[in-house]
Write a protein that binds this ligand. Structure first.
Ligand code: C5P
Length: 218
């Protein structure tokens, strides 16, 4: 079992995280949640009192923050300057500011370099994000683009976060717009990505399909 990199991209609520973790477990591979890295930098920006719209200030905080990401699919974890931030990075304050922080090119450069190092060190890894197939791992063995209807995505996120459906739908629409229209590495489908619509597919079905695809390609 040699090197195997799977890139999973798609918008929020497309099922990326659950699918990526389960696939990694099934493959005996590591799991990297790049969204957690952008969220952890956002947490550090908010903690330092820097305005998330202040690109220079944001870049400075990103450069000074010591991020550590655990890549065990059974227990992913993230610390910023030694502080476990797993819960805080899912909160409404970070979610509201993360698209602004992740649009700063210097932040992306820094995190993409760290992501590539982690991928090289792991060898076998499932990586999820917005720009994995295009930018982070263009040579991935399998590229997947997950989608789902806006309604299904909002429904899943509001259940996950025990949040109001209308507010969740509005927040997802806002982040989708920012993430796919920003100048630096916007969310896009790689031309060689396998597109799977998860609106009507169960997680297990998606994971089985991806495993079959990987087997076919060996
Ligand atoms: O996947 P998740 O919803 O946790 O990602 C949070 C945010 O991080 C996204 O809305 C996007 O702005 C940013 N992100 C990114 N590039 C990635 C992963 C996440 O810009 N590879």
């Amino acid at each position: 079992t040699g090197r195997c990199v799977v890139a999973v991209d798609g918008p929020s609520g497309s099922g990326k995280s659950t699918v990526s973790r389960r696939l990694a477990s099934a493959l005996g591979a590591r799991y990297l949640d790049t969204g957690a890295m952008y969220r952890a930098v956002t947490w550090a920006v908010l903690r330092s009192g820097v305005d998330p719209q202040d690109a220079e200030g944001v870049a400075k905080v990103a450069g000074e923050t010591d991020l550590k990401i655990g890549v065990d699919p059974e227990a992913p974890s993230v610390t910023a300057d030694g502080i476990a931030v797993d819960r805080e990075i899912r909160g409404p304050e970070v979610t509201a500011a993360v698209s602004a922080v992740s649009a700063v090119p210097a932040v992306r450069e820094l995190l993409v370099a760290q992501q590539r190092e982690m991928i090289d060190a792991a060898g076998r890894i499932v990586v999820e994000g917005r720009d994995i197939g295009f930018v982070v791992a263009p040579d991935a063995d399998l590229k997947v683009y997950l989608t789902a209807s806006a309604e299904a995505r909002a429904q899943r996120r509001s259940v996950e976060n025990a949040a109001d459906l209308t507010a969740t739908a509005a927040d997802l629409a806002r982040r989708d717009r920012l993430d796919s229209t920003r100048a630096a590495d916007p969310l896009r489908r790689a031309p060689d990505a396998v597109v799977l619509d998860t609106t009507a597919l169960g997680i297990d079905e998606v994971v089985v399909r991806l495993r079959d695809l990987l087997t076919e390609r060996r």
